[in-house]
Design a binder for this molecule. Structure first.
Ligand code: DGY
Length: 319
């Protein structure tokens, strides 16, 4: 039997590529830059399998140019770049990589929380800038202990963040579309969206991006938060109206924002929000550890090969 023709966008570890090469003939785009659409569509014209990436829009137009495509896999838990209905209409399974990134992503989110509350990155700038002239002239932070953490979108990653926050002695509120029993087991309290925003000292956003969550955080949402609130977004940038967040930070309607995701993404280095001193931004590194990215790559390869061989995929969104 001949090899499966596949297209791979992104970098996979050598041994994972070797696994694929045994069964597949591969066209690979390993550059961090976006693949030109024309190139991608021509590569997909005879492909049976496709490893996509978050910067590729997988829609009906793309599928119409890929008549032989039978499976798509992507190394991410989020798949807002993929039109799942369009995949369904072609019976193409789409595989993602949940679970394997929970701990790494929760660590990063908790790192953002601690770093902003305790002004760790500012502290380093302070030392480098030669401002550390006296032990009594230092950046002051705020406690996590006995503070309220609000999690909007309490899924697998949210639960791992909750465990870390409880170790710091925080009280936890959360809001989901529906109350979850599992979350009660963690001793977190379900509240309405508005009450979580009103009552929390720290708010972490973990909702997937969809038509319902696009610009979920606008002027009104920042207005109802505490003026001392810390706002942390590690889901997708477009869940937040960047201009409204900028205004809220400038007008001190909230105290601070820490973002691992932005809209647009990447954010331009001259964006006015980067000039503020009450913001911390990291470049979408939630799952970016060597071990976790390897596991994500591995699951992606397993998903793809299972789909090509018409077997059950280990993680399929539209089964
Ligand atoms: C994910 O897995 O969705 C991360 O945000 C990386 O895109």
């Amino acid at each position: 039997m001949g090899k499966y023709k596949i297209v791979v966008i992104g970098q996979l570890n050598k041994d994972l590529m070797n696994q694929l090469e045994q069964k597949c003939e591969i066209k690979v785009w390993s550059s961090p830059q976006k693949i030109p659409r024309d190139t991608l569509l021509s590569w997909l014209s005879d492909a049976e399998g496709f490893i996509s990436r978050g910067d590729v829009v997988v829609n009906g137009e793309l599928l119409s140019k890929a008549p032989k495509l039978r499976v798509i896999a992507q190394a991410s838990v989020g798949y807002d770049n993929v039109d799942i209905d369009a995949c369904m209409s072609r019976s193409i399974p789409f595989g993602n990589t949940p679970e394997v990134l929970n701990e790494a992503t929760a660590d990063l989110i908790y790192g953002l929380l601690i770093s902003s509350a305790r002004r760790i990155h500012e502290g380093f700038e302070y030392v480098k800038d030669g401002k550390w002239e006296s032990p009594f002239n230092i950046p002051m932070g705020v406690d996590l202990y006995e503070k309220t953490l609000g999690i909007i979108g309490m899924g697998n990653i949210g639960r791992r963040v909750a465990v870390r926050a409880q170790a710091s002695g925080m009280n936890i509120l959360y809001h989901n579309r529906k109350e979850s029993v599992a979350n009660n087991e963690l001793n977190c309290k379900y509240e309405t969206f508005e009450n979580v925003l009103k009552q929390s000292d720290f708010i972490i956003v973990l909702v997937p991006l969809s038509n319902q969550t696009k610009k979920l955080f606008k002027k009104t949402e920042f207005e109802i938060m505490k003026q001392t609130a810390y706002f942390i977004n590690a889901s997708r940038g477009a869940v937040v109206d960047t201009n409204a967040l900028y205004q809220a930070l400038v007008n001190k309607e909230i105290a601070y924002a820490a973002l691992d995701v932005t809209d647009p993404e990447p954010i331009q280095s001259d964006h006015p929000i980067l000039k503020l001193n009450n913001i911390l931004i990291t470049p979408h590194i939630g799952s970016a550890t060597t071990e976790t990215r390897y596991k994500m790559g591995q699951l992606t390869v397993e998903n793809l090969l299972a789909g090509l061989e018409s077997k059950k995929m280990p993680s399929c969104v539209n089964k």
